[in-house]
Design a protein around this ligand. Structure first.
Ligand SMILES: *Cc1c(COP(=O)(O)O)cnc(C)c1O
Length: 395
């Protein structure tokens, strides 16, 4: 029997524009991750427009949130993005390969002993300590400061960033300060996904006070959620990641972006199981009526959360089949999930069909919720085993 053509609906488009897309998915591919690069560009442009005259960077750490830095970074560069944030040196190296000449900030800063490597690469460390500042300042020449770098100041997240006391110590050390070119001073918000949270204003005020101590540096505070809090939070540069990838970081204020990713996997088997049948490892699920179970070629190795299974009185995750949701039942295993498709008919799901793990009927946020996690983790956990397909339009 020949496989049915892999026709799937293009979920990256708004509902009314959605057509079927022959994504040229190989017949033997168990699953596919489809990334709409045109929408990535549109999202970034919409964010840039929203925050203008502030600048808009893009956060592309963790392989562009799992979507593939090698494709996403050039697309963003094409859209006009020139400032990128990554977490690690290795990511910075990759990013500069994909966007030569761009400004790349390394959020993890300068690891001890890594000054020469960082300087040679031409990335900007986001420094969080006096040690880093001193190590970087050693690159200064008699007539020129060290290459441009950024400084992360803490305003209440207490995760990464220099305390006010250490910032004051840095500023008091004039010899040190003049050997540095601090191009950007930044901080990060703890609760910006909740617009009403009092910490937003507290951190804003703290940041205004701290950044004023380095008046020549540009300033950056907001990520995807923070930029929706309004102008006062934008400063000179905003740093969205999740929103660029179509995520809605806060339920309260809808960000002007659309989904860019769709994840679908193949049905391997459809079987009716009788009353009393147990499904999956450890027999956590027991059918109380006759059920029809579809086994899907996606497991935790592909990014399906092991917690995304219904059971123990909790609802779990779903897959979407032509607009209907089918619950994941029984344990999620490494390569497989079992879903209850009893109520899905016309035509009944069959072997070889694709079901959505993330798509128009299952946004990232819903998938995150079904796994007792968040859309961010859904993205960054996508496995490498599925076929990757990038779609684009002429631009
Ligand atoms: C990851 C990260 C961002 C981007 O956050 P999003 O919520 O994805 O927009 C911005 N700034 C810092 C410091 C980060 O760690």
């Amino acid at each position: 029997m020949t496989a049915r053509p892999a026709q799937i609906v293009d979920g990256s488009q708004p509902r009314e524009k959605r057509g079927t897309l022959d994504a040229s998915i190989p017949a033997a591919a168990t699953g596919v991750v489809i990334v709409d690069l045109a929408q990535v560009r549109d999202n970034w442009r919409a964010l840039a427009k929203r925050v203008a005259p502030a600048g808009c960077a893009a956060v592309v750490k963790a392989d562009a949130y799992g979507l593939g830095a090698a494709r996403v970074i050039p697309a963003l560069y094409q859209a006009g993005c020139r400032n990128f944030f990554v977490a690690t040196f290795g990511e910075a190296k990759a990013a500069l390969g994909y966007a030569p000449g761009a400004t790349v900030y390394v959020l993890d800063g300068l690891l001890p002993g890594s000054v020469a490597e960082m300087a040679e690469l031409g990335a900007r460390p986001v420094m969080t300590s006096l040690d880093e500042a001193r190590a970087w300042a050693a690159l200064a020449k008699a007539d020129a400061p060290a290459p441009a770098a950024a400084l992360h100041v803490d305003t209440g997240l207490n995760r990464l960033g220099m305390s006010e006391a250490r910032l004051d110590a840095l500023i008091a050390d004039e010899a040190l300060l003049e050997r540095l070119d601090i191009a950007l001073v930044m901080s990060h918000l703890a609760c910006a996904d909740d617009a009403q949270h009092p910490m937003n204003r507290e951190q804003l005020e703290t940041f205004q006070r701290l950044r004023a101590k380095l008046p020549k540096a540009r300033a950056s505070l907001a990520a995807s959620d923070g930029l929706m809090l309004g102008k006062p939070y934008h400063f000179d540069l905003v740093r969205p990641g999740y929103a660029v990838y179509g995520g809605q970081a806060t339920a309260q204020r809808i960000c002007p972006v659309l989904p860019v990713v769709r994840v679908a996997a193949r049905i391997l088997q459809v079987e009716d199981v009788p009353v009393g049948a147990r499904i999956g490892y450890s027999a956590t699920y027991r059918a109380t009526t006759q059920r029809r179970i579809a086994t899907i070629a996606a497991g935790y190795a592909d990014g399906v959360f092991r917690h995304a299974s219904a059971g123990d009185g909790e609802t779990g995750g779903f897959v979407a089949i032509r607009g209907a949701l089918a619950p994941i039942v029984g344990r999620v295993s490494m390569d497989l999930i079992t879903v209850d498709v009893t109520d899905i008919g016309d035509p009944a799901p069959q072997r070889g069909d694709m079901v959505d793990l993330v798509g128009p009927d299952l946004p990232l946020e819903a998938v995150g919720k079904g796994a007792r996690s968040i859309g961010y983790e859904v993205l960054t956990r996508l496995g490498t085993r599925f076929h990757r397909h990038y779609i684009d339009r002429d631009h």
